[in-house]
Design a protein around this ligand. Sequence first.
Ligand SMILES: [Zn+2]
Length: 398
Amino acid sequence: MNGEAKSSLSGRAMRWAIALTEEKSVTGTGGEASFGPWLADELRREAAFRHAETWTIEVEPEDGRHCVAMLVRGTGRATIVLTGHYDTVTTRDYGDLEDLATQPQQLTQALRKTLAMAEAPAVRRARDDFASGEFLAGRGLLDMKAGLAAGLAVCAAFAESTKAAGNFLFIAVPDEENNSVDARKAAQVLTEIAGEHELDIFAAINLDAIADDGDGSKGRVIALGTVGKLLPTAHVVGVPAHSGFPLSGLNAATIAAAIAARVEWASELTDDSRSLPGTPPSLLSIRDGKSGYDVTTPAAAFATFNVLSYRRTPDEVLERFDRLCADAASACLAELKRRRHFQHGSAAIDLLQTIPLHRYEAVLDRLDAEARSRLGAVGASLAAGDLPLPEQCRLVTD
Ligand SMILES: [Zn+2]
């Protein structure tokens, strides 16, 4: 590519990156809902895309959020999909500068002023980066509107070249920072789009950023693989007790906390690729099943973890997760029994040898079987049935 073409490519990418950032689109807000139609209009208005076909795809009727698709034709059927998300995380963490969060130039200047006095190493690096003139700040600019902008600049250059072989299908989607409903929707309709427009899709490039804590060169690569993500969750069912008689029960939240402490950063769930160290697992959410304050110990608790993997299958990850949960629960039970030793009176856990662990599918199967054999009795507490506790220890009400 010659120098002129390169500078028009980067100039265009910068213009789009700023324009897309200025149109605020925080996940779950009205801005996210209006961004799709806005982007489609902008693409239709762009001179370079006057021969391109642009349309929106609503995720569900009445959902309000849209994928934006644009087909830029060259010749033949071979097609590359360029895709990425346009929603962003919140702007709240900009604090006093929140009003400027989606104004890249003003925000960058304001940040430079704010950072002028501080001396922490990270601040010094940020200050040097900004001083170089090579960096722009902005909510969602890196993750990932600049990626979309790069894709659009390439599409524009392609649209302006004569009789270029192949086609580009650009697809921007919302909801990546949440549940990825629209990316999943786009994946479903891709075959339909290919059929309708007579395209052979042979490659898809995710335009999102790659984290690079160094000089930025790693952030410019196209990765040929991706890291897999699972959200294993432990749902702990305990035996609630009045907090005046805690030995009569088994606190679900305590066991969940033990599991959280065991799984956090566990090497057993850290999967490296051949060339990169793995990211350790971390707790994303922990909560009990209560809807408000009362003096009964929690009957149920959940702990959800972020687990990334390069090579392990979901089954292998779940097996490892099971083992860690079982370890944590039995260590917690043993410790509670040790403490119980110094107390008076009988305790429910004296009768408990282990805390049984079941996979979700097994619980469902068992519920199905129970429902078949005892019509209408499914509401019974499954885990309490699993625990060999005397009847009076199952539930103590306030
Ligand atoms: Zn992203």
